[in-house]
Design a protein around this ligand. Sequence first.
Ligand code: 6GU
Length: 251
Amino acid sequence: MRIDILTIFPEMFPCVLDASILKRAQDKGLADIRVWNLRDWTTDRHKTTDDAPYGGGGGMVMKPEPIFAAVEDIRGEEEVPVILLTPQGRRFTQTVAEELTQQARLIFICGRYEGVDERVREHLVTDEISIGDYVLSGGELAAMVVVDAVVRLLPGALGYERAAAEDSHATGLLEGPHYTRPLLFRGWEVPEVLRSGHHARVAEWRRRQALKRTLERRPDLLATARLTEQDKRWLREMGYHGPFADDGVSQ
Ligand code: 6GU
């Protein structure tokens, strides 16, 4: 997958892109991630990328010309999704991350919070994404979040290939607790079942822990999670009274 990121702050990206799974994915040739400085497509002496808003008021607005010129250069003859990172976009979720992995290329435009000229959204952008209901100073951190979530899903990006499928949210549930050595740490022991070597008991315990944790922390997720009849029985025993995704669907 090729990913192009357009920003006025390219210096924000290397420490995130050059570490851990994003670095490995690039080294393995799974992701070709390029960060571009929008100022390189300005034509004036001061390399101006923003201007005052028509109609007055505070804040600055990103000018359309450098953004159009950059995207048109970067995409060439290909049809590439152009994603604007903005707090007004659709909310980013694991499902959106999975959807984006289906693309051969992605172009991200990092908007500044005050805004981008509306003609960019109307005539260039094909999708707008927000990473949550809070305000960031610009789209750069959001672009890093989205790129990380997408690239780690590319086959071969994780050392342990089943890990992505088992992640919190990939299953629609939060993960249960994890333990490693030592067996006894400051008097606190690892649960006996995990040391039993009994794979079926371990799997059942983990599933119940995932259900319990989701019920305690994010009961809203239970309404859409994919659950077995056994899962539902356990949840009812744990006191969950809410709906399930397939309520009313006859088997
Ligand atoms: Cl994509 N941009 C900005 N500026 N703030 C945000 C955001 C994006 N997502 C959440 N807050």
